[in-house]
Design a protein around this ligand. Structure first.
Ligand SMILES: [Fe+2]
Ligand SMILES: [Fe+2]
Length: 284
């Protein structure tokens, strides 16, 4: 199963310093085009929050227009820049009718991997919360299917990253979420947004990762009081499940005219030939 992830699209329609750095509408269009052109089409596309900058209906309309070619493969979740009820109204056709009170968390059960969307956003806040009500919801969902490999997707990563200003205004109760995941070893992937960078660690039996933004990234400046956004390329992740484990790839989307390549197809053909013939990969 192939799970694509886009995050922190920050569709905006007003002038901001971030907006002068990157046109997030244009970069999201490029990322969607890129995903549609992949030889291996993703089975689902997770969209893990901050999908708009201000959560206005107009921004959601632009977002849905750009994401339309992904059709019902899209699996959306809000981030701290999204707003209720505009988010639920914008994605009413893709969200279940029986969402829990107070958070937009839900399960997608149609695939070899069970997908659990966990909403930890709070109204009017830029930090997030995994309170005892959300813990009870997640514990119940995971206890119902202990033998099915499961991926949790959420906006805030429940681990310290070293990007200090993001860690300080991150997920309250991160230790509670980590402990919940550790109680359920069928959770093999926890994938998040919010950090605008690719960052990996381990929690229990799960690879825990943050996906970079389809717009601007944050500068890699650890344990510092400095903070900045950078125009590193728009990006996405592909989480490939082979039946035993996930391998997570981070892809960037640059202007095709600026990408230089070397054709390795004849080398790849020789590798396939030797593999099929059982020949060793000796040098020269
Ligand atoms: Fe964001
Ligand atoms: Fe965020």
């Amino acid at each position: 199963m192939l799970i694509a992830q886009v995050t922190d699209c920050h569709i905006r329609d007003r002038d901001t310093s971030f907006g002068r750095l990157v046109d997030t509408t244009e970069t999201l269009r490029r990322v969607v085009d890129h995903l549609l052109g992949l030889d291996s089409a993703p089975d689902v596309v997770l969209a893990t929050g901050d999908l708009t900058d201000d959560g206005t209906p107009a921004q959601y309309a632009t977002l849905r227009d750009i994401l339309a070619p992904l059709d019902d493969r899209l699996v959306p979740l809000p981030g701290n820049h999204d707003e209720e009820p505009a988010f639920r109204l914008a994605f009413a056709d893709l969200l279940p009718d029986d969402l829990p009170d107070g958070h937009c968390s839900y399960v997608v059960d149609d695939h070899p991997i069970r997908l659990v969307g966990l909403d930890t956003t709070l109204p009017g806040r830029h930090d997030g919360r995994f309170d005892t009500e959300r813990e009870a919801w997640l514990d119940g969902v995971l206890a119902a299917e202990p033998d099915r490999p499961t991926a949790i997707f959420t906006h805030f990563p429940p681990f310290e990253t070293g990007l200090r200003f993001m860690d300080l205004a991150g997920l309250l109760d991160a230790d509670r979420l980590r402990a919940t995941i550790e109680r359920h070893p069928q959770v093999r992937l926890l994938t998040c947004g919010h950090l605008h960078r690719p960052i990996q660690t381990a929690i229990g039996a799960a690879l825990a990762t943050t996906c970079p933004s389809t717009g601007n990234q944050l500068g890699l400046d650890l344990d510092s009081d400095r903070a900045g956004a950078v125009d590193e390329p728009p990006a996405y992740q592909l989480h490939r499940w082979d039946g035993e484990r996930f391998a997570t790839h981070t892809g960037t989307v640059r202007d095709p005219a600026a990408v230089r390549t070397v054709d390795l197809s004849s080398y790849a053909a020789e590798v396939r030939r030797r593999h099929a013939a059982g020949e060793p990969f000796t040098k020269a």
